[in-house]
Design a protein around this ligand. Sequence first.
Ligand code: KIV
Length: 261
Amino acid sequence: MSIPALLQKKRQAEPISMLTVYEAGFARLAYRAGVDAFLVGDSLGMVVQGARDTLSVRVDDIAYHCRCVRQGAPEAFIIADVPFLADADRSTALQTAASLMQHGQADMIKIEGGSEKANLIASLAAAGVPVCGHVGLLPQRVRYEGGYRVQGREQNAFEQVVANALALEQAGAKMVVIECVPAALGRAVSQALSVPVIGIGAGSEVDGQVLVMHDLLGMTDNPPRFARDFLVGQSSIENAFRAYVSAVKERTFPADQEMFS
Ligand code: KIV
């Protein structure tokens, strides 16, 4: 897998399957099951470290887990999350990218935020760092916002999310994740951008899906409404990953009733 191959999938309307993975054993199974791209998300703060949100995760944590994933799936396309404030300015962001791509062996880094991150992404792109944007619900803002809420329901907010995603693409982002928005907004962003738009709780009419592995395996006490336990009815974790990949490819996940709009 590579950036041109992911772009080609978008052009051919072939949905991209992405999964968060944090260690070698699961990475090996997910790679064998045909997952297209692996995200070492800062969700690891919650699902691996047991924290209440993602804010305590450090660059070294992500780099360490990236290396673990690389060991389990040497050929995988790995995206490393940039943790809270690790992109606070250009020089910090470049240092973070060096840690995640050199020490962590990631192929791409992911940055949360809208048009306010465009200049930063342009600097990273100029330095040869492939960046995935992240719009809609931004988990790193949870303490500021006071909780997790569906984004882009009102017309102004809807248009702002589309404008943010476009600004990131124009700045050089090679992919964009969109989280927890009405399906119509997921579709609008996918149609507006030429780079792949990967949804999580954003409907099935985007260019691909990403799911937190612990939600996929039914390990989370209070999973988000759009998540599905793919282990149900399967004989192994690898088969659960395969079921997820098939559901993404067939656009049967997420189903309408798994959305909030
Ligand atoms: O950290 C993460 O797992 C993420 C996904 C929710 C997209 O950013």
